[in-house]
Ligand binder design. Sequence first.
Ligand SMILES: Cc1ncc(COP(=O)(O)O)c(C=O)c1O
Length: 385
Amino acid sequence: MPNMIPLYKPQNTIGAEVLDAIREVLESGWLTMGPKTLKFEEAFADYIECKYGVATDSCTSALYLALDGLGIKAGSTVVVPVNTFVATANVVRWLGAEVLFCDVGVDGELDAAKLEPLLEENDNIKCVIPVHLYGFPCDMKEISQLLKKKGVKMVEDCAQSVGAMVNDKKVGSFGDAGCFSFYATKNITTGEGGMLVTSSEEVKDRALLVRNHGQNKTPKEKFTHWRYDVTDLGFNFRMSEIEAAIGLKQMEKLELITDSRKEIAKRYKEELEKIDGLKMLHDPETNNDRQGVFHLLEVKVEEQYPLKRDALYDFLKNKGIATGVHYPPLHMFSYYEKTTKYRKGDFPQAESLYAKILSLPMFPFMTELEFETIINALKEGAQTR
Ligand SMILES: Cc1ncc(COP(=O)(O)O)c(C=O)c1O
């Protein structure tokens, strides 16, 4: 549908400013792991207030590097919230470790009250991955305290939450490592890309090695002399200079992007309050100690609304408005059903949310016409019987 209102609009935040930066890279003759990547890593780590940044080709790779750097391997157990994008759990499996799923709270985020008994019952848990889903931070005060008490490591999945804060401290700086995504739809994007942040020199050094095939020299160091060693197994998880140049330009706009998302969330709140049966999952005006960046705009489609979630999805689609469902709980995917002990009914909160939630279009600099079209369609849906 040509005039569809999409769920995301990355073109609203990437402008002509990136073209000069890309041209500069192309003319330099240095297309990967060069000065732009180093600058992006430094700027991003500074922004999160961590010592090191390691740029990668995706957040999935960054998660892999973070867990690997903390020694997660076959025999380790890692806790993952059951409500997340599947990458969070897949990396644990690729490392040969066991995944324990944990239910979420009413806000869809990892719930400290449900995590605590899991930690009590399983003393082989090595690491927990809180996911700041939808751009909304988990309750880091409770979770950090719990993990500290138990001596369990923490890798934060910040794929959706660049700039989100708890009491003015940015997500990504609470754990042993934080992992960010710059995938096409994320709050800042490089098309594909990711970043690992950490203040641990050991995690950083190991990540640099594994990111580059286990070679003990970077491309630049090989320039001085070709001789190098391969000291361990590795991958190609590198970020290109073109992506890093785009990332640096995106960072300059991050505050503007976040402000616009928050403003749109407030407008949604004002309008949705007038519609019976549609409730926002995260209130932009409360939870001041947990400041979200509204990567996704989640509404719960309650009983009072005449259309059920799937019917509303179809209704909006027919009106040219794209929406989405984030996420089916991981234990309900056939791969995890086949390979874990979990069954439908095991995670009541995540399953109940899954039945009701719908992501509405959310992108910075949404026009008044786009916004009104969405709200009018939701109001029209409320009149159907
Ligand atoms: C919560 C979460 N974790 C991890 C990822 C993986 O990110 P990437 O696509 O950059 O590998 C995503 C991507 O959508 C995500 O939403």
